[in-house]
Design a protein around this ligand. Structure first.
Ligand SMILES: Nc1ncnc2c1ncn2[C@@H]1O[C@H](COP(=O)(O)OP(=O)(O)OP(=O)(O)O)[C@@H](O)[C@H]1O
Length: 609
């Protein structure tokens, strides 16, 4: 039995037993599905996208209040001109709620998602509280009393007035949402969302518009919360502000984190556990202690501490590991059609790729780069060397769009790039690696490398969710596998990136850059951490890429590696270029010897040719 079979079996068991389950259990299961829907949005936002939100309860409220108002308010009835039949009003409420949520979430996201660190979670608390108090204070929404008389949902003339009747719809919505989210995560767009967690610089360098993706994930999570709110309003048949306060927002986050915030099924597991444990504690503790009070909150808090201490990634990964021992792996179906990916015509050897024209960078009074001029041509390896603190990384940032020069200009394939973000550099043909490896450690090498080809595909979120992107996805994965094999890591393609040695991870970064089909490749200390034979293999790979016409700029401390590989070398000291030329010219340059050895009388640079 595979994991998919087990999932289908559980769903079938729940569906078949539904008519015979006690009323109380049916209600409990319906609420579990409602909570799971919000928690699944939080998995996408927090676990996958790396943005913590305590304020999701407010979006549940938007969905719930929107439909309650549309279905009960005379103003809404007048606005609809009395033409919408009563059974259709909840569906108008759904559309209205989703639209409102979309606008509110887009607005809030555009303002707050630029914040990093603890500022973003604090902001989510702030707007979570604001929206909660807003609902409680608006007269037309019934103030603290709320709105009563919310009608039951009607589907094809059948009234879903009881939890037993509405529950199957709630579960169907949840399962459909999980299916769509699973598909999204298993796609080019999902990889881009995952990349958000490892920081703006890496994702942007792969061509991902991080600001846009952050807002999109935020809106998606908010829409799922609003959908839950809509179902909640028609299950409960009244709404008031209490279930949408900040405590509940924190509880939703707990559900995602306890279940496993990086896993969609973790949301369902977390929602189930927390709902059941709370329920049991509320019953059990007063009996045990012989007094009434909110004791369950105290025990609940302690249980949370225990779970998070023992299972930092939530319970789902452990459950999946244990169950994996008894389940067969899911067979991988080969994709039917291979779509063509975007391909660029690479410049001819000798053509100018990258040009830094008197690039200066000042940090306050410190001049990290002082009018640095440098070029990179197709079909050459150009090395940038210099002692620690010489300004190499700063320059690397200038020519890759991570930072803007204070003065001077950077041109890529003839286009002025100053002030443009890294993703525009990637789009124009620049691939790069990082001094400190930036991979998605728990994703496979294949997925990491496929991220490098992000810009070469086009299918969007909806196509990904509906699995209409399979041909393109197969092409992206095939391209990633080709680059992995080209870099000599074929045997590791399906292993998690973090399981590889550091040297191999650096090569994975090169494969990832190559997947974007760059014309210019910038490598930040590619030989660091590599053993002798690995360095030889890397040098061979880079020589081969040079022969194919790529222009390669290497920032490197390993002089033997540089001198044996580079065609030209630029030497930086105190932010300025002190020498430029062939390895032989640079090795015999007195200023270079001075910079490295503190005096030209000393031994020449320890380099073997
Ligand atoms: N964001 C920053 N703010 C202030 N100073 C900075 C910043 N980034 C770099 N510097 C300073 O600029 C100078 C050049 O640093 P940079 O990291 O570019 O050198 P490097 O040649 O890459 O050094 P290493 O080989 O050790 O990586 C250093 O004095 C550094 O302290």
């Amino acid at each position: 039995m595979t994991r998919r079979h087990l999932t289908l079996l559980c769903i079938a068991a729940l569906a078949l037993s539904w008519p015979w389950l006690p009323e109380f259990t049916v209600t409990l299961f319906s609420y579990i599905a409602l909570y799971s829907l919000v928690a699944a949005g939080l998995v996408m936002l927090t676990g996958v996208g790396g943005m913590t939100s305590f304020g999701q309860a407010a979006f549940v409220a938007v969905g719930a209040y929107a439909t309650a108002w549309v279905c009960t308010s005379p103003t809404a009835a007048a606005a609809l001109g009395g033409v919408v039949p009563a059974p259709l009003l909840p569906w108008v409420g759904l559309l209205f709620g989703l639209l409102l949520t979309f606008l509110v979430a887009w607005g809030l996201g555009a303002i707050t998602l630029k914040l990093s660190g603890h500022y973003l979670p604090l902001c989510t608390i702030a707007w979570g509280l604001s929206l909660y108090f807003l609902f409680g204070n608006l007269e037309f929404l019934g103030g603290q009393t709320g709105i009563t008389g919310v009608p039951a949902l009607t589907v094809f003339g059948v009234s879903l007035a009881s939890p037993r009747a509405l529950g199957p719809l709630i579960w169907a919505v949840l399962l459909l949402a999980l299916w769509a989210l699973h598909n999204l995560l298993d796609s080019r767009e999902g990889r881009a969302v995952r990349a958000l967690k490892s920081g703006r610089v890496m994702a942007e360098s792969m061509g991902v518009d991080t600001a846009r993706y952050r807002v999109k994930v935020f809106v998606l999570a908010a829409l799922l919360a609003a959908l839950s709110g809509w179902l909640y309003a028609h299950l409960q048949r009244f709404v008031n502000p209490t279930p949408f306060n900040i405590n509940i927002g924190i509880e939703y986050l707990f559900m995602a984190v306890v279940g496993g915030s990086g896993h969609l099924w973790g949301a369902v597991l977390g929602a189930t556990l927390i709902t059941l444990v709370k329920e049991q504690l509320q019953d059990l503790l007063p009996k045990l202690l012989g007094a009434s009070g909110n004791f369950e909150v105290i025990v609940f808090g302690l249980l949370m501490l225990f779970v998070l201490q023992r299972f930092a990634e939530g319970l789902w990964p452990t459950l999946a590991r244990v169950s994996g021992r008894f389940l067969k792996p899911q067979p991988v179906k080969p994709a039917k059609a291979i779509a063509a990916l975007d391909a660029r015509t690479l410049p001819a050897a000798g053509e100018l790729l990258l040009e830094a024209d008197r690039v200066t960078k000042r940090f306050g009074g410190l001049v990290a780069n002082n009018a640095v001029a440098m070029t990179l041509k197709a079909g050459e390896v150009h090395a940038l060397i210099g002692p620690n603190g010489a300004g190499k990384s700063t320059f690397f940032n200038m020519i890759s769009g991570v930072d803007d020069p204070t003065e001077g200009e950077v041109r890529l394939l003839g286009a002025a790039m100053t002030g443009k973000p890294s993703r525009d550099f990637a789009a124009r043909g620049l691939g790069r690696t990082f001094q400190h490896v930036r991979l998605l450690g728990n994703r496979s090498v294949l997925e990491n490398v496929a991220l490098g080809a992000h810009r070469r595909g086009h299918r969007g979120w909806i196509a990904s969710m509906l699995r209409l992107d399979r041909a393109e996805e197969a092409a992206l994965l095939a391209e990633a596998r080709r680059q992995i094999e080209r870099c000599g890591l074929g045997a590791h393609a399906d292993a998690p990136a973090a399981s590889l040695a550091l040297g191999q991870q650096r090569v994975v970064e090169i494969a990832r850059a190559l997947a974007g089909q760059p014309a210019a490749l910038l490598l930040d200390e590619p030989a660091a951490g590599l053993r002798h034979l690995e360095k030889q293999a890397l040098a061979e790979l880079l020589s081969q890429l040079r022969a194919e016409g790529l222009g390669i700029l290497v920032v490197e401390h390993d002089m033997e590696f540089v001198m044996n590989l580079a065609d030209r070398i630029t030497v930086l000291e105190f932010g300025a270029v002190i020498a430029e030329g062939t390895p032989a010219q640079v090795q015999s340059n007195p200023r270079v010897l001075d910079a490295y050895l503190g005096g030209s009388d000393e031994e020449p640079m320890a380099v073997t040719a």
